[in-house]
Ligand binder design. Sequence first.
Ligand code: WQD
Length: 375
Amino acid sequence: MTNKSLAKRPEDTCVLVTGGAGFIGSHTCVELLAEGYRVIVLDDLSNSSKEAVRRVRRIAGAGGERCAFVEGSILDRDLLGRVFAENDVDAIIHFAGFKAVGESVEKPLEYYWNNVAGTLVLCDVARAHGVKNVVFSSSATVYGEPEFVPITEDCPKHAPTNPYGQTKSMLEQVLSDLYAGDGEWNVVLLRYFNPIGAHPSGLIGEDPKGIPNNLVPYVAQVAVGKLAAVGVFGDDYPTPDGTGVRDYIHVVDLARGHVAALRWMGGKVGTGEPRGLGSVAGEPAPDGTRRGVGIFNLGTGRGSSVLEVIAAFSRACGRELPYVIKPRRAGDIAVNYAACDKARDELGWVAEYDLDRMCEDSWRWQSMNPDGYAS
Ligand code: WQD
């Protein structure tokens, strides 16, 4: 078998987490360590902080000893070679990538180079070391303007409206083609909806650079007094209160979805056969390690409007947060939320936390760390 086996205990499994110092990556490392995995974080710290790794270890307690950190880029072939040569990596959870929608429009070359070329280098070096188990951090953005909601994995992909989204869609195709050309590949594409919230300890959370582009980190900075008021991008959408509706998912729920994906890849759960166009699953290896491409939406299946988010965050922080209605933001869609039956049936995973809990945890992180990791 020219792929590492995943049919073994977490305690015997080493996971390379690229971008593991980032928002979703750091929360995923916490859950991996809690399950007993050995974790190697590779991060170039271009949009994250080494402090996040220190806090992941703090949350993990004794398990923190199983978390190693390597600073560097997925584009660095020599560094990747050393990581794989010096560690018995069994699987990769691949978060590393630039992710700012607006910035990607201004800097397409940097986005395609870092996200796409970087992933090609990563897969080439991994393959050379017999590692073909990859969980990829994808996004609901690959659906573009969805043909229907709730969105299932069979919903046709539409051309994303920005280079960032294009890199996600292209990399889904690349990873699917790796399996089409070599049946040993074991790939899971996780399509995130809107990750928000923070670890309940308040030690790790979302720490965007500059003025936040996304709603909840912006609201959090209004709540902590760093920004004056929330700008609501349009209140004339065809939605109950006129503002945009999204499927917000707690980052801890999202992180646990990655652990569930690893178990699935090892053939441990989700005996249900992959359903729909979204999955291409080959015959498992003799030891049960899966082969093929599994595609899963990770969301809650519930939509919340911008005004509902502001109201929930106001409850969490104990004061009415000010907002002003502004024109629609270019490229925004009215409604976007997931159908998550497939992740429930095959991964055995369901999001647990509601919007109030997401905002409570986000508020705790923000109020304890008003300047993010810098503070
Ligand atoms: C949510 C809602 C806005 C900011 C983005 C990326 C997507 C994914 C998740 C990575 C919308 C409204 C926002 C503000 C507002 N990222 N809004 N005022 O656009 O759904 O998705 O993040 O994969 O690729 O596109 O998230 O948080 O930016 O917006 O009114 O200051 O909040 O119009 O309705 P979005 P968002």
